[in-house]
Design a protein around this ligand. Structure first.
Ligand code: MAN
Ligand code: CA
Length: 200
């Protein structure tokens, strides 16, 4: 999983390389006094024609270096089966088990949320971890106030489901949802230890 430390390291590098952005100012390097042109109001803002392309090239260089570094880090995380992607989402696991509440907390602490499949592709991405760790995983889905009616954690309706045959079966007794090793879902009590899978 992309740990907060790693994330902060990447941010740290970015802010180190772009100190201007860390202070919320637009990127740019001011040329020395006397080299600027005069804008409409006649006040010298210190612009040198032909200077910005140099800055742009440097920026592009730095961006490529960052992209290359991030893609190598992603390579390591893929190799270790800690991340996988689907669409724009990154799914990640720390390979550990936790109950539902602890999983929510762990994912939030890492800057993400519990894995919530919104389509078959995302379901497969989560299934990849469930299979490789041979451990069921809780999903970001819960029973609503209406027994056997499940919803996303923000209360919105499910547009995609993959229930196992004859599930959900708990009728108010099983408020969480776990993914089986075939990718199908079962409603289940929230106190089991399941693989922690987050999305970012
Ligand atoms: C157990 C639990 C239930 C599940 C049934 C299926 O009792 O995992 O959630 O519905 O098995 O037989
Ligand atoms: Ca069930």
């Amino acid at each position: 999983m992309l740990s907060p430390r790693l994330f902060h390291k990447i941010l740290g590098v970015a802010f180190f390389l772009f100190p201007c952005c860390a202070q919320g100012k637009p990127a740019g390097i001011r040329p020395p006094p006397g080299f600027g042109h005069l804008p409409e109001d006649g006040i010298d803002e210190g612009f040198i024609p032909g200077f910005l392309p140099l800055v742009d090239n440097k920026m592009e260089d730095v961006m490529h270096q960052l992209e290359h570094r991030i893609s190598r880090l992603e390579g390591v995380l893929h190799l270790e089966k800690m991340i996988t992607t689907s669409g724009g989402k990154i799914f990640a696991t720390n390979g550990k088990r936790a109950d539902f509440r602890t999983t929510l907390k762990k994912c939030k602490e890492a800057g993400g949320s519990i894995a919530t499949p919104r389509n078959a592709g995302e379901n497969d991405a989560i299934l990849y971890f469930v299979k490789s760790f041979n451990t069921y995983a809780y999903l970001g889905i819960e029973e609503s106030l209406i027994p056997s009616k499940f919803q996303l954690l923000d209360g919105t309706q499910l547009n995609y489901t993959n229930w196992h045959l004859n599930e959900p079966s708990g009728k108010g007794e099983e408020e969480c949802v776990e993914m089986y090793t075939d990718g199908t879902w079962n409603d289940r009590r929230c106190n089991q230890n399941r693989l922690v899978v987050c999305q970012f």
